[in-house]
Every structure is written in structure tokens, then in C-alpha cells.
Design a protein around this ligand. Structure first.
Ligand code: BES
Ligand code: MN
Ligand code: MN
Length: 452
């Protein structure tokens, strides 16, 4: 019945999703402020059309939050679905094979910014809800909270959650914003990393200098910054910031076994991203390195002359954006402080450094023993014919830890993307099959959750 409903409405579902994907809801770029709002309004309309009791645009200091609910019976359990309708900037535009906000289907995949992260995945929930309503299958309450600032750190969602605890009262959080191993090896994410995001600036001379006149006698801030960054890892790929690993929960033997049970094809992994060799912390597998170990990476670095041709200059300043991915039980603000102290301490006397902390977020692990996880597991069995493998993803959804802290709620991370979907990159895409199977799995989740 559900399968037929999805199959016979698939074209309309996709057409509606395409309309949404055409709205460039780039939260980071103030030129898209109105587009972000339009995307929120569009979603509100879709919630109303699919049969919610109420749908609202909730204002924040930044981009609005879309809230909707269907209360079948206050005595029944309630699922709170979270997602985000904002997207990453699309640039570099020239690397897209088709325009990022003109969705197309090619090889059974939807190509567009946000197709996977996270509009495509949020839309599965809207359509699963529509199916539940149309087929009269809904036996629990559902609340939806879809924000427009996930990609810029969810600062205002934080306040919204703290101020609306009663409104958000629920039994479990359900999120589709993570990845599956493959359609043959379904998985449910049970861990996410946290994040500390820093920006550093190194200043040498008080102005740009002629690199011939002064070069060799005055420290070059770009060279100095490169040295400082290089010193942040040792020869074993460990981060050298004192205290960085102090709170890291080492995996137990059985946790390691479980984590490494997930199928992983190293040569496919390397081929797909075009590298000859992998590189990481000595003593850990790739799945451990991305799922359960903390990291430090430069996200961007600039300084000096980067225009056309050659300009001989010894720049006055150099800067970098550096992020650290965190694992339990690291604390984002503490790691930001360790970084700040260390970066100041290693600054040589011939430069001055400025360190600034951007947004952060806490790591999270979710239970595989909860009623909701078991319902998700059964739903995957129904639709994929296999119980899902619990995995840990390397990405971050800081709100998961916040839900636990503020609302006392566990989350089930039922994502349907693939790691290879190029989220945040040019040519982001999302499988049509992932989309339709996702809808089916979500519907099955509600069935098992309500019957538990
Ligand atoms: N959906 C991603 C996070 C993600 C991706 C989790 C893949 C698991 C697998 C989310 O939209 C995201 O990009 N989060 C940011 C953090 C945020 C604070 C900007 C991230 O992980 O960089
Ligand atoms: Mn996302
Ligand atoms: Mn994202």
C-alpha cells in the first residue's frame, strides 16, 4: 500500500522537491536572505498541504525556523523530526556540470545544491507524513522543526530550543541528515563528531614589503604561518596541542570490532576521491579515523599576492581557518581554549598572532538499545531486507548533543545519503532510489515505533 502510494506519486514528489531546490537558500550569504525565507515559506506550505494541524514560521534573530505538528492524541508518543532547509554556498560554480539551483536527474540521481544535504532528506519526511495521512496510518504524534541556520552553526536554534521546551516536548528526535553505507548495506548512524572552528591571523611587518628589498631579513608571515600549522601534527599524525587528547574516550576492543565490521572498500574509497594513498593517525583504521578520532584540518589559508601573474611581495599578514573534529568526551569550548593557548605559545617573537573562535559543537553518540533505534532497525529490515549496521559518521550535527542536554532526548540518525554524494561540493547529488526508499523506511519507522 505504502509502496504503491510512493510509486504512483513519485513524479509529483520529485517535481515539488525540484521547486524547493530551485530556491537558493544559502544561509551563509546575506544576499540570499530573502531566498532563505522563501524556502521556509515553501516548506510551510508543503506541511499544510500534507495535513498537519499547524505550521508556523518562527522568527529568530537570523533565519526563521519552520515548525509544524500533527497531534493525533496527546496520550500517544511523539516524534520530533529535525532537519535543515538551508544549504551551503554553491561555489566554485565553474566546477558544476549543471547549475546548482536548476535541479536535473541524471543517471537516476538528483543533481542540485541541497539535494542530499538536507532538503532532499527533509522532503522525504514531508512525503512520508503525507503518505501516513492519506493512507490513514499515523498512530503517533509528529512535530517537525526545520531550521535555516544549520550550515552556519545553529546559533539561534540553540535559543529557540531553550525557550520552547514545552512546545518541543517529545519522546525521541528523528533526523535524516547523515549517510548510508550503501543500498546493499543499510546503516544507521550512532555517532557524530563535534567541532571547534578557529581563525588565526599572523602579522609581521606593518605593511606589505618588496620581497627583494626586505626578503631574507624580515620574517614572512605566510612562511611563519605554514611552519606553525605544520607543527600542529607530529610524524604519527597526532595533534600536538597539549591536552588535546586528554578527554578523548578511547574505543574499547568490542567497540573497535563493531566499528570495523562495517563493509569498507579501500581501493574504491581512494579511487572515488582520486588519491593514491590514505593518510592519518598511526594505529587506526580509516573508519576509526573518521568515526572515532579527533582531527585538525586547515579549511582555508590566504595571504600575500594570489592574483594573476607574479607580484614580488613580502606580505604583512597571513591567515587561516582551522577546524578540529571532536569525539566524546572532548568539549568544544575547552578545545578552542587549548588551541588558542598553544597557538599563542608557539608564535615566534618576530610575528604577532590573533586567534578567534568561530562556532563549535559537541560530539554525540546515540543508543542502539532504545525503542526508537529498534523501530528504525525493523524499518530497515522491512524495506532493505537487512538490519542496519550501526556506524559512526565523521560529520557534525551539533544540535544532537543539545537535544540531549536541553530536552533529555535521544536521537535516531536515519540518514539516506551516501558519503560520495558530494555534499558541500560541486555536483552534489542524491539518488532517486535513496529518496523513495527513504520515504518508505520512514513510514515503516512510524509503524514500528507506534507498535512498540
Ligand atoms: N549533514 C551534515 C553533517 C553530516 C554529513 C553528518 C555527513 C554525517 C554525515 C551537516 O549539514 C553539516 O554539514 N554539518 C557541519 C557542521 C556545522 C556546525 C556547520 C559539518 O559537519 O561540517
Ligand atoms: Mn546537513
Ligand atoms: Mn551540511
Amino acid at each position: 500500500m505504502v509502496k504503491e502510494y510512493i510509486a504512483s506519486n513519485k513524479d509529483r514528489f520529485l517535481e515539488e522537491l525540484f521547486q524547493w531546490l530551485r530556491i537558493p537558500s544559502v544561509s551563509a550569504d546575506s544576499r540570499h536572505k530573502e531566498d532563505v525565507r522563501d524556502a521556509a515559506e515553501f516548506l510551510k506550505k508543503k506541511f499544510i498541504e500534507s495535513g498537519v494541524d499547524t505550521a508556523q514560521i518562527c522568527e529568530t534573530k537570523g533565519h526563521p525556523i519552520v515548525y509544524a505538528e500533527k497531534i493525533v492524541d496527546p496520550a500517544l508518543p511523539t516524534v520530533l523530526v529535525y532537519g535543515h532547509y538551508d544549504v551551503q554556498p554553491a561555489d566554485p560554480l565553474n566546477l558544476w556540470n549543471s547549475p546548482p539551483f536548476e535541479p536535473i536527474i541524471k543517471d537516476e540521481k538528483i543533481y542540485a545544491r541541497g539535494s542530499c544535504d538536507d532538503k532532499g532528506q527533509v522532503f522525504m519526511h514531508v512525503k512520508a507524513f503525507e503518505a501516513l495521512m492519506k493512507l490513514n496510518l499515523l498512530q503517533c504524534n509528529i512535530k517537525f522543526m526545520v531550521e535555516g541556520e544549520e550550515e552556519i552553526g545553529s546559533d539561534n536554534l540553540d535559543l529557540f530550543v531553550k525557550a520552547n521546551k514545552e512546545k518541543l516536548k517529545a519522546d525521541v528526535i528523528l533526523i535524516s541528515d547523515t549517510a548510508l553505507i550503501s543500498l546493499n548495506d543499510p546503516s544507521v548512524t550512532t555517532g557524530l563528531r563535534g567541532l571547534s572552528y578557529m581563525e588565526v591571523e599572523v602579522t609581521g611587518p606593518n605593511r606589505d614589503l618588496h620581497s627583494g628589498v626586505y626578503g631574507g631579513a624580515v620574517a614572512n608571515p605566510v612562511n611563519v604561518l605554514c611552519n606553525m600549522i605544520a607543527s600542529l601534527h607530529d610524524e604519527n599524525g597526532k595533534v600536538t596541542i597539549p591536552g588535546f587528547y586528554d578527554k578523548v574516550a578511547e574505543l574499547t576492543t568490542s567497540e573497535r570490532e563493531a566499528l570495523n565490521k562495517a563493509p569498507f572498500d579501500l581501493s574504491a574509497y581512494k579511487n572515488e576521491i582520486g588519491i593514491k594513498e590514505i593518510k592519518g593517525e598511526t594505529g587506526y583504521t580509516t573508519l576509526e579515523r573518521t568515526g572515532a578520532r579527533p582531527t585538525l584540518d586547515v579549511n582555508g589559508i590566504w595571504g600575500g599576492y594570489t592574483g594573476e601573474g607574479a607580484k614580488t611581495v613580502l606580505p604583512s599578514k597571513a591567515s587561516a581557518k582551522i577546524s578540529m573534529r571532536l569525539v566524546p568526551n572532548q568539549v568544544s569550548s575547552e578545545v578552542a581554549e587549548l588551541f588558542t593557548n598553544h597557538f599563542n605559545a608557539i608564535a615566534p617573537p618576530y610575528v604577532t598572532v590573533k586567534v578567534q573562535a568561530h562556532h563549535g559543537g559537541e560530539p554525540a553518540v546515540t543508543s542502539i538499545d532504545s525503542i526508537a533505534y529498534k523501530a528504525a532497525s525493523k524499518a530497515f529490515e522491512d524495506v532493505f531486507g537487512k538490519a542496519p549496521i550501526p556506524t559512526r559518521d565523521g560529520g557534525s550535527i551539533p544540535i544532537v548533543a543539545l537535544f540531549k542536554k536541553e530536552l533529555g532526548l535521544d536521537t535516531v540518525l536515519m540518514g539516506f545519503g551516501f558519503d560520495t554524494d558530494a555534499i558541500h561540493s560541486p555536483n552534489e547529488h542524491y539518488g532517486v532510489k535513496n529518496f523513495t526508499l527513504g520515504i518508505e523506511t520512514i513510514v515503516a519507522f512510524y509503524k514500528h515505533f507506534s507498535n512498540a
